[in-house]
Design a protein around this ligand. Sequence first.
Ligand SMILES: Nc1nc2c(ncn2[C@@H]2O[C@H](COP(=O)(O)OP(=O)(O)OP(=O)(O)O)[C@@H](O)[C@H]2O)c(=O)[nH]1
Ligand SMILES: [Mg+2]
Length: 450
Amino acid sequence: MFLDIQLDHTIVALASGQGGAIANIRISGKKTFDVIGHFFSNNKIQISQGNEIFFGKIIDNKGALIDECLVSCFKSPKSYTGEDSVEIHCHASPYIIAQIIQLCLANGCVHAQPGEFTMRAFLNGKMDLAQAEAVADIIASDNKAAHAIAMNQLRGGFSQDIVQLREGIMRLAALLELELDFGEEDVEFANRQELSSLLKSSINKISQLIASFKLGNVIKDGIPIAIIGEPNVGKSTLLNVFLGEERAIVSEIAGTTRDTIEDTVVWDGYKIRFIDTAGLRKTEDVIEKMGIDRALDSIKKAQIILHIFDKKEGFAEMHSMLLTHSEADSLILKVHNKSDLIEQLEVQPDIHISAKNKTGIEALKARIIDHIKSQIKPFNTLVVNSRHIQELSSTKQALEKALDCLEHEDTHDFIAAELRFALHHLGSLTGQIQTDDLLDIIFRDFCIGK
Ligand SMILES: Nc1nc2c(ncn2[C@@H]2O[C@H](COP(=O)(O)OP(=O)(O)OP(=O)(O)O)[C@@H](O)[C@H]2O)c(=O)[nH]1
Ligand SMILES: [Mg+2]
């Protein structure tokens, strides 16, 4: 439990992952230099002003040489945690790592808890809460777009939005509170028109941040694209072309794919999750029916739906089914496959391809990427954290109530109370307002050493 965290402890943990040639052991806290002085041969580290690297030997209490290594030295407040801190870059042998950590523990360190280095950075004012949360997202990011979102948050992009909102509301809330101090006297320090337009613009801004959540998460986890159509139209062939491998079985027998098949690719920095599905048709086969149910489910979840068809018959019926089952904001592309067999078709598709001959694929890929980019463009900041969405929704609710009170000319104490609520929720986003429980929830999912 984080409630046990004691800042006067000096902590140690392995910060690097499994494998590799070099490991990184981190120490942070008041006794850092005392601890390392017990087993690191280069005493110059003791008089360092920080931001220096020292070469030396790690020698245990019986005089045995454990390793030769580099130690980076950081002096408070100029370190990740804000405390005195060192990073020992030793050889990545599990034996050496265990020995060095044991030496640290024997000489005054305690094991760091998950996320404790970052939590200390937050508690010591090196970053706000939203930035600290972004550290976990940076570590987890596996594609350019997810990395960009986390990096923006780490560099304070999201926090800036919140601080701006908070400052505007705080100024007017202060004036309203002043009116409350004057009690019975009928004074108005806060201009009602200004208050109303500030409330409206803040609600707008927050709505935009909330709206970005779905897209933000989709980008983080992979943008779902469902490949849908009747049996035998070439859906699995197209999946294989997109993935560049024979992932799904392809055959001329209608009903080859029974289950949904998912796999990801990274295109232009975006992680895309393709979902190949069972061909949709009326069937009495129990297994095939289950596959069709899964296909219908993927239509709901997909950001983009590729409606694959190879003939005119049944097209309109299938397309209207897709329109009813899909989310309003998802894109349905009409993709005519097997264009090597039929050139002309009465149905007007968005694109002609031949999955078998790999023609039209680049154009289809370009359409998909253009759509993704156009979806992201309106958002400066994408919110990806569900805690942030909860706080933003509560803020919005309070501001809407405040606006309602204002429009009904309720007394100013009602408005002031709602603004206080809103400020409370905005404050807990960046950590100006915090509770131990909140910190506990945020940091417990971190890895040890971060
Ligand atoms: N001529 C031609 N044949 C194609 C093309 N794309 C796929 N095929 C063939 O069409 C047949 C069906 O392909 P699949 O990819 O298995 O079709 P599917 O839509 O996944 O079929 P189900 O899984 O049964 O729903 C195979 O024989 C493919 O080789 C194409 O562009 N041109
Ligand atoms: Mg198939």
